[in-house]
Structure formats: C-alpha cells, structure tokens
Design a protein around this ligand. Structure first.
Ligand code: SF4
Length: 360
C-alpha cells in the first residue's frame, strides 16, 4: 500500500495493491483517489499470472477514506482466490471482474455509492536525493544507495560512513521506495559535517552520481534470494557502467529514465512499469522490456527475450541512438519507445548494426 501526491509519485502508487493519491487544494489534502490492483509478481510457469498497474476506482474525502479502504480489504478477503496462491492477489479479482463490477462490490461493503475518481493524476516524481529543507528550519539529505546494498568495499566504506553519520549527527532515517536513505532533522550548520563524513569514506554524494545510475535499481537476486535465476544486484552496476559511457557519447547523460533489473520474473524491483525493465529469464539471460515511464502508471512491453547479460548494454545502445535521432521534443525514453513499438525499434537496431558493420 502506498500514499502519494500527484506532483510526487516517489512511492510508485500504481505498482501497489492499494494506492491513495492525495488530491490537494493549496496546502490542504481535500481527498484521495483510491487506486487498487497494482502488482508486479509473475510466475514464469503460470501463464495466468501477469503484472498490472492499479486501476482508478473512486474518490473519497479524508473522512471516508478508512471505511473505503476497509471495504476494499473485505472484498479481497471474501473474493480473493484462496485456493491458488499464484493468483491470490487483488489484481486478479479486478482483472476477472472489471473495474465497474469491482467498484460496485466495494460500494456494497462500504454501504453506499462512491464518487468517481478526481481527474487529477500523477504528473511528477522526485527521488528526494541531495539536500532539501524540511520546512521547520532543519534539512534532510537523500543519500543514493546503489541497489540498496550497504556494505564496505576497498574503494567505498558506505556501511562505516552511514554508521558514523548516525552516531555523530543522530538523524532520523527514512528508506525510500527507490532503495535509498533519507537522513532527516539535520541542522543547517551540520550539513558540511555530513558531507565530509561521506567523502572521507569514499562515498559519492548523490549529486555526483550519474542520472542513469541514480534512477536505476535491482532486486537482491543471487546470492540472497532462493528464487533467483540470474544475477541482478551484482550485475546491474557493470551494465550501468557501460550505459553511462554510451549516454555521455550521445549527449543524453542528463536524460531521466528508469532502468530496473530483477533476477526472476517475480518483479521485486518493479521492472514492469519502468522505462527499461531487465528480467532474469534463464541463467545469464534477460527479457528486456521497454516503454514504461518514471511515473509508473503504465506497463512496459516485451522488446527482446533471452538477451545475454553482455549484450544488454549494446542492445540498449541502439535504442538510445534511435531515441537521440528521432525523439519528439520533450519526449521521454519510455514515451519514445511506446510510440515506436517493438518491431520498429528492432528494425532500426538491425539496420544500424548492419551499417556499423559495413563501415567497420
Ligand atoms: S525478483 Fe529478485 S528478489 Fe524477487 S523473487 Fe525474483 S530474484 Fe528474488
């Protein structure tokens, strides 16, 4: 479950079973759009399973919200599949019934009609990295943690640095839906101290990390997850290294888009609603999805299957080059891929490969 704002969908509302999208007037929350039925999990052996983004069900005032949420829970309790765990999620109830029937059933449990969703929808996203003011004179700092892995290495003693920040500055801690950390309640005159602790341990400040790395994430996969088929957390950094070079070469280094990788189709790093999804399919091979977006409100589409790990970055390099050449103004990578479609993207990549080979 997630609660977010239209202008800041940092919690990826549409990927959740239940989402409350706050509708605001000025500084006041006047109500919520209730979203239901998002979920990323897919079981490879079960064709009946699929990822879904949540559907917009109704609008509720703050006073009506808990009762409406309870009604959704009760519908799932009474009509969710209790016999087949693979399809036990709320998204399957909604897929089987359709939104209209689902809403009618929620209204039955709620005890009256529920208003249609407010037209407002998600239109912004902020990862909250770097410094920002809290509004009470104090500051918070968003520290980008690559794939959420906190450990010490010879080059970067991240774990020790975080321990020192916690013991010396005693910040409050928030974990973000993008696997990073927010240190809160930092006094203005302690900001330099936090930065120097990070730097002295070889930890890059969030502002120094490339845009593509900052907006990427991976699930744990090997060696932690018993369900993993491929590497993920340990593979993505190397792929991002290659992608960073290509994006810089194409002048696209500041382009904001999401790359997410998982070690199996269960989708724990939400690879089905991002710009570029890399999903472990068989040992060392990935399914590549394109066409989602940062806002997370639509699913991406399957572009190529069974792509060996070492071919992922070159494959995406073609997509980036095409994007650079043919994008419309302000078009994001995901929007571009959606407009072109898998067939056109593949045909362009083939012709580029042929022409590069001819000139080599
Ligand atoms: S997506 Fe990743 S963490 Fe989730 S079950 Fe698969 S391998 Fe494990």
């Amino acid at each position: 479950m997630a609660i977010g704002y239209t202008f800041d969908n940092c919690v990826d509302l549409y990927a959740n079973d239940l989402g409350l999208l706050a509708i605001t007037r000025g500084d006041e929350i006047i109500g919520y759009n209730l979203l239901a039925g998002g979920g990323m999990g897919v079981t490879p052996s079960a064709k009946k399973t699929f990822p879904a983004v949540a559907k917009r069900i109704c609008y509720v005032t703050p006073e009506e919200t808990m009762k409406a949420v309870e009604a959704v829970f009760k519908v799932q309790r009474d009509y969710g599949n209790r016999e087949d765990r693979k399809v036990a999620r709320l998204k399957y109830v909604i897929a089987n019934w359709g939104v209209e029937k689902f809403k009618a059933k929620v209204e039955e449990y709620y005890g009256g009609p529920l208003a249609d969703p407010d037209p407002a929808d998600v239109h912004g996203h902020n990862d909250h990295m770097g410094w920002d003011q809290q509004g009470d004179g104090r500051w918070f700092y968003g520290l980008n943690v690559e794939n959420g892995r906190i450990k010490d290495t010879a080059e970067m003693r991240l774990k020790t640095a975080i321990r020192e920040v916690c013991t010396t500055l005693r910040p409050t801690i928030r974990l973000t839906a993008h696997q990073s950390i927010l240190f809160g309640d930092i006094a203005a005159d302690s900001r330099g101290q936090l930065e120097s602790i990070l730097r002295s341990h070889g930890v890059k400040l969030s502002e120094e990390i490339s845009t593509v790395r900052r907006w990427s994430m991976a699930c744990v996969a090997w060696p932690t997850c018993g369900l993993s088929i491929t590497e993920s957390e340990r593979a993505l950094p190397g792929i991002i290294d290659q992608i960073e070079v290509e994006l810089a070469r194409l002048g696209l280094a500041n382009e904001k888009f999401t790359i997410r990788m998982t070690g199996c189709p269960n989708g724990c790093a939400r690879p089905y609603n991002c710009d570029v999804g890399l999903v472990g399919k068989s040992r060392g091979k990935y399914t590549v999805f394109l066409g989602g977006r940062l806002l997370g409100d639509r699913l991406n589409f399957l572009y190529k299957d069974m792509v060996p790990e070492e071919e992922v970055a070159p494959l995406l390099g073609h997509v980036f080059a095409y994007f650079k050449q043919d994008r419309q103004s302000e078009e994001t990578l995901g929007d571009f891929c959606l407009r072109k479609g898998a067939e056109d993207l593949a045909a362009w990549a083939d012709s580029r490969t042929a022409s590069l080979a001819a000139t080599a």
